[in-house]
Design a protein around this ligand. Structure first.
Ligand SMILES: [Fe+2]
Ligand SMILES: [Fe+2]
Length: 390
């Protein structure tokens, strides 16, 4: 394989490592080392390598890299405004890391500013849209819009594993939870517009996995709709993903019981908010927002629901947001005791209970978002590709 191909392969592996591992993690650092070494090898051969990502075609210098036709990163890069990528011999490992971080930021942020200004300090790595730098050759060239193939398989697999680990060892694998949130955020922003990729339930006993991921996506969507900062969107996503974590402490028979729960079974079921908050705080004290949401997500605006507060008080905004998303996904799903409701019926229910069960502003924002973004809701199984919208 040529050095030009080897670098791109290492580049893609490093992007995956960056989404999965936090700064300083050995896997991440090793991936960066490898990518930087491949870049050095490339620069030794060609002092000024230039890649162009045009739809699903990659051109190196003037030569199309046919071996990489269909490489999934090409359309993703092209869609986030990186159609041209150019390296100088002076490029450093830090610059490579900063570039990769920017690629991830562009993939996960809604507002993508591809202007030159965003490219901070002078760097041995230059990138941007084809033609924007007064590049005569390519000015006015049509950039093909490509369809990006995302599935939710890896994320679903990780969430299942996370719940099993927690059940077996009592420890929440936090970095994996954060990686799932990041992965879902990438899937939401793979296209130029925000998407709401929701999972279809395959088996009743997989409900908690599917439901956690859907509430995570809906919570991030609503937080973004409300104009929150990317950091807040991410925190609300983590809170959405973990809101029902306490269900790992509830027996499977109760979770999948087709009929009405007995008072004893109901009491066990109702421990999941407090159990969840405890498990989250045991894993990481800094996750207090997720812990609060786990605790409060079944408390209604009028104080009904559970757990009962000894001294009624207002719940956190994040809990109110997750509560609306939680009820939506639950009602949209087939359960052993009832069929899924159509979307309009759920939205009407949400409006009807606004001001009693749900916070009025939150319920209103949610129903508006769902009506407006309906064409961007993609309900898929784990194996299915999320279709791009028009
Ligand atoms: Fe719950
Ligand atoms: Fe839930």
């Amino acid at each position: 394989m040529s050095t030009a191909l080897q670098f791109l392969t290492a580049f893609a592996q490093t992007l995956s490592a960056l989404t999965l591992y936090p700064e300083g993690h050995t896997t991440r650092e090793r991936a960066l080392d490898t990518a930087f070494q491949k870049l050095r090898d490339l620069l030794a051969e060609d002092p000024n390598p230039i890649y162009s990502f045009l739809g699903d075609e990659i051109v190196y210098g003037h030569v199309p890299l046919r071996e990489l036709r269909g490489w999934e990163w090409a359309p993703r890069l092209s869609n986030i405004g990186i159609q041209r990528l150019q390296f100088d011999a002076t490029a450093t490992r830090e610059e490579l890391e900063a570039f990769l971080e920017d690629v991830l930021a562009r993939l996960t942020l809604r507002a993508i500013d591809t202007s030159e200004a965003r490219q901070m300090r002078p760097s041995g790595i230059r990138y941007g849209a084809v033609g924007i730098k007064g590049d005569e050759d390519n000015a006015g060239q049509e950039i093909a819009t490509a369809t990006i193939a995302f599935t939710l398989g890896d994320e679903a697999h990780t969430v299942r594993w996370m719940h099993d680990e927690l059940r077996a060892k009592g420890v929440l694998p936090l970095s994996e939870a954060e990686a799932v949130v990041r992965g879902l955020s990438v899937a939401m922003h793979g296209d130029q517009q925000v998407m709401l990729p929701l999972l279809k339930l395959r088996r009743f006993d997989e409900y908690t996995t599917t439901h956690s991921m859907n509430v995570c996506v809906l919570a991030m969507g609503l937080a973004e709709w409300l104009g929150m900062s990317p950091d807040d969107v991410r925190s609300f996503g983590v809170a959405g993903l973990l809101h029902d974590l306490g269900k790992v402490r509830v027996s499977k028979e109760i979770l999948t019981k087709p009929g009405k729960l007995t008072p004893e079974e109901r009491a066990e079921m109702n421990t999941h908010p407090a159990e969840g908050a405890r498990l989250i705080l045991a894993a990481e004290e800094d996750l207090d927002l997720a812990a609060v949401v786990a605790y409060e997500h079944h408390i209604m605006l009028n104080g009904a629901g559970y757990p009962r507060l000894a001294f009624p008080r207002d719940c956190h905004r994040a809990s109110k947001l997750v509560h609306v998303c939680d009820v939506y996904d639950a009602l949209r799903t087939n359960r052993p005791y009832r069929d899924a409701w159509p979307m309009e019926k759920v939205l009407a229910y949400t409006e009807e209970r606004s001001g009693t069960e749900f916070d009025g502003a939150m319920a209103h924002a949610f129903t508006r978002m769902m009506r407006e973004w309906e064409p961007r809701v993609a309900v898929v199984t784990e194996e299915e590709t999320i279709p791009a919208t028009a």
